[in-house]
Design a protein around this ligand. Structure first.
Ligand code: NDP
Ligand code: GDR
Length: 386
């Protein structure tokens, strides 16, 4: 066993960011411990390719059962693993769902962070263990100023954002009070083929792929006007690591500086499979109509000859607004200014929005081609994801 080997503990390792971060840290030679929740079904899909049999001599990835709402469990895991770095990524991370589960969200996302910090203090690890807290652009909420940067005032607009605001400030407080190396990464939206299926980008790329392959005919969305600064999760997990390698603990905005409407994201995703969408109408009446199909692009993307599978004709309405996806309070506009991280940490993202859409669409077309083969073989296929 290498005694100089760095040890990391990732909460939320089964999520989008946890999976990419685990891969990154393993590639850097870390021993990686991860906390996963007990569930009635396997929930490790995103990290199965990294899995090592725990019976091997010195596994580099080790999973522990745990939960952000269980102090004793978290304290025991930290005591046993003695991590050099903790990446606190676990959270009930869906903004809309937080309106349905506000108390649980406060407990897991807000007090959960306190539990980690307090365990470090309780175990006397203040000088050893660095902490990365997964803070969010949702803290900026109701627009106060744009682009949003480290000193832009917060105005959270959901139980999720309010819980994350507590987590943000308790991280700052433990840094100042106990000298723990604890940093907030204020990350703007970041997506990937591993993105949860109910976040808007993945919902769109899945639907565009399925519609092109004739496995679905319509997509229902909420607010098409909202604007997000979308980056790629692979670029953002690299930043998490860089934030903990910085000279001192600080808080950092990570963003691309480009903002895009949900509507524009829809258009771009459908363009990948050769569909041109035209939007007309306003509010709940707005629809996305299929205006044109580029047969060559469709064939390149799906590997299928047009008309073999696709259900839609030019002039069909493909996108509808369903108010059930509206939020009681919305965050209308996010656009970040990551100058501090660019300058002080030397961060340069590898993916822009076009690369992100391509990456997600390629993965979802490949995924649903499998469904298409199953369907051809006579199996029943789920029609609508959400
Ligand atoms: P995901 O929703 O994909 O992953 C969340 C992870 O947290 C999952 O592993 C989930 O487990 C776990 N989790 C949820 N609740 C608990 C709990 N009570 N105890 C233990 N584990 C729990 O989120 P992302 O990977 O996208 O995001 C990672 C973090 O970054 C989150 O804290 C999120 O709020 C924050 N963030 C994300 C941004 C983004 O755009 N992706 C932007 C800014 C911040 P399970 O798999 O079992 O559900
Ligand atoms: P967000 O991501 O709330 O920004 O939080 P999400 O993809 O859920 O929503 C982005 C925007 O799209 C609008 N929208 C829809 N959203 C969903 N989920 N489903 C829809 O059908 C739909 N239609 C329109 C939303 O109203 C919103 O304006 C994400 C999460 O990863 C958080 O954990 C993280 O902190 C922030 O990003 C930064």
């Amino acid at each position: 066993m290498d005694t100089n080997q760095k040890v990391a503990l990732i909460t939320g390792i089964t999520g989008q960011d946890g999976a990419y971060l685990a891969e990154l840290l393993l590639s850097k030679g870390y021993k990686v411990h991860g906390i996963k929740r007990r569930s009635s079904l396997f929930n490790t899909d995103r990290i199965d390719h990294l899995y090592e049999d725990p019976h091997t001599a010195d596994p580099q990835l080790i999973l522990h059962f745990g939960d952000m709402t269980d102090s004793m469990n978290l304290t025991r895991i930290i005591q046993e693993t003695q991590p050099d770095e903790i990446y606190n990524l676990a959270a009930m991370s869906h903004v809309k769902v937080s309106f349905d589960t506000p108390e649980y969200t406060a407990n897991a996302d807000g007090i959960g962070t306190l539990r980690i910090l307090e365990a470090i203090r309780f175990l006397g690890l203040e000088e050893k263990t660095k902490v990365y807290q997964a803070s969010t652009s949702e803290l900026f909420g109701l627009v106060q100023a744009v682009p949003q940067k480290e000193d832009t005032p917060f105005y959270p607009r959901s139980p999720y954002a309010v819980a994350k605001m507590y987590a943000y400030w308790i991280t700052v407080n433990y840094r100042e009070a106990y000298n723990i190396f604890a940093s907030n990464g204020i990350l703007f939206n970041h997506e990937s083929p591993l993105r949860g299926e109910t976040f808007v980008t993945r919902k769109i790329t899945r639907a565009a792929a399925k519609i092109a392959l004739g496995l679905q005919d319509k997509l229902y969305l909420g607010n098409l006007d909202s604007k997000r600064d979308w980056g790629h999760a692979k670029d953002y997990v690299r930043m998490m690591w860089m934030i903990l390698q910085a000279e001192k603990a600080e808080d950092w905005v990570i963003a691309t500086g480009v903002t895009t409407t949900v509507r524009e994201f829809v258009k771009r995703a459908f363009e990948f499979v050769g569909y041109t969408l035209r939007f007309e109408g306003k509010g709940v009446e707005e629809v996305g109509i299929l205006e044109d199909i580029d047969a060559l692009k469709y064939q390149e993307a799906t590997g299928n000859i047009l008309q073999t599978y696709q259900l839609n004709q030019i002039g069909d309405t493909i996108v509808h607004v369903d108010p059930k996806y509206f939020r009681p309070t919305e965050v209308d506009l996010l656009i970040g200014d990551a100058t501090k991280a660019y300058k002080k940490l030397g961060w340069t993202p590898e993916y822009d929005l076009a690369d992100l859409v391509n990456d997600m669409m390629e993965a979802d077309v490949a995924l649903f081609l499998r469904d298409l083969y199953l369907k051809e073989g006579g199996h029943k296929i789920l029609v609508q994801a959400e």
